[in-house]
Design a protein around this ligand. Structure first.
Ligand SMILES: NC(=O)c1ccc[n+]([C@@H]2O[C@H](COP(=O)([O-])OP(=O)(O)OC[C@H]3O[C@@H](n4cnc5c(N)ncnc54)[C@H](OP(=O)(O)O)[C@@H]3O)[C@@H](O)[C@H]2O)c1
Length: 322
């Protein structure tokens, strides 16, 4: 990430800090106390010095970890395990949504990790989203529902999942909840230059982040620059091309060549590329080994030439419609 960019100025104290006090109990209660034995134990959590991603300062002065995990399509015990394992690996940023149907499991994993001494609630940033349609029509109900399902005291960042009818009304309801301290920060998702240009003048609180599809085959540089110029964090969904769309990307010969030069995986090179582009990636994974690998990107640096080679892979190839 570019240290010269004020938006992305890291809180140096949190950069790659070793977190102490992680010992806690190794007893996991799991989802509603079901099938505890199926919860993966991540050996790295035994290490008292868990590596954390650097954080950045958002436009409202709050901090945001610069690497996270997404939970789209993860449910039940699988979702709980992913989030719990991510927290054990040092991930402190978790993305969920009403539409994913897993806010409850995400909240349970967060509460369990806090109870087990893995981290403090205030060190974790949980993002959730409300969805167009009924939720935008009755935003207070939607927000109350999210608060209740997550059950983690407050929501760190709530996003509008998409532009749509009543989006300004829904956002203004989120502003009200932010003023009451029940939501800490507000953001939007799937907003591009046209949508942002129309939306931003109509709301009172500037979003802290915009979450959009971004990966090496869909780099969307014009939109990324536009968002950064507005002092808003850019977050990448489908940072690895998206579940089910990865056959080519994860075998790309240019990425394979760069990965080999650094002794890293192609996935780590992609995630490092996002990070050096000042884009916060939230890769989804149900595999604890992948989750740990995805977080291990802070000990190498892509050269300008390598960044340019990855830039040249852009195909404007969107992998989803929104
Ligand atoms: N705002 C929106 O509209 C929107 C839309 C889509 C997604 N999202 C968010 O963005 C997040 C990321 O998107 P996504 O999860 O759909 O796609 P993604 O992160 O691009 O890719 C996820 C896929 O990559 C695999 N993977 C992860 N780490 C890997 C590794 N180290 N090696 C090999 N394969 C690896 C995962 O498999 P394993 O499970 O086997 O690791 C999974 O199949 C979502 O989870 C969601 O939170 C937001």
């Amino acid at each position: 990430m570019n240290m010269k960019c004020p938006l992305l100025l890291f809180v140096l104290l949190s950069g790659l800090l070793s977190q102490t006090g992680c010992a806690g109990s190794e007893q996991l209660s799991g989802l509603d106390n079901q099938e505890n034995s199926s919860i993966e134990q991540n050996p790295s959590s035994q290490n008292p010095s868990t590596k954390l991603a650097p954080t950045l300062v958002m436009n409202n002065g709050l901090t945001l970890p610069t690497a996270g995990i997404g939970t789209y399509s993860l449910h039940g015990q699988t979702c709980f395990n992913s989030v719990y394992s991510a927290l054990k690996s040092g991930v402190r940023l978790i993305d969920t949504a009403y539409m994913y149907g897993n806010e409850k499991e995400v909240g349970q994993a967060v509460r369990q990790a806090v109870a087990d001494g893995i981290c403090k609630r205030e060190d974790i940033t949980v993002i959730t989203k409300i969805y167009p349609g009924t939720q935008y029509e009755h935003p207070e109900e939607a927000i109350e529902q999210a608060l209740s399902k997550l059950d983690i005291g407050y929501i760190d960042i709530m996003l509008l999942h998409h532009p749509g009818t009543n989006d300004v009304k829904a956002y203004k309801a989120m502003e009200k909840y932010q003023a009451e301290g029940k939501i800490k920060s507000l953001g939007i998702s799937c907003f591009y230059v046209k949508e942002l240009s129309e939306f931003l003048p109509r709301v009172n609180v500037k979003p802290v982040l915009v979450q959009n599809e971004i990966h090496p085959y869909y780099q969307d540089t014009e939109v990324v620059d536009f968002i950064h110029k507005n002092d808003i964090v850019v977050q990448a969904w489908y940072p690895l091309g998206g579940r089910g769309f990865q056959d080519e990307l994860l075998k790309d010969p240019v990425l394979a060549d760069i990965a080999k030069a650094h002794g890293k995986s192609i996935v780590q090179v992609i995630l490092r590329w996002h990070w050096q582009r000042n884009v916060v990636a939230i890769p989804g994974s149900s595999n604890p080994a992948h989750i740990a690998e995805n977080h291990d990107i802070f000990d190498f640096e892509l050269t300008d030439d390598e960044m340019n080679r990855i830039a040249s892979l852009n195909r404007n190839e969107k992998h989803d419609w929104y």
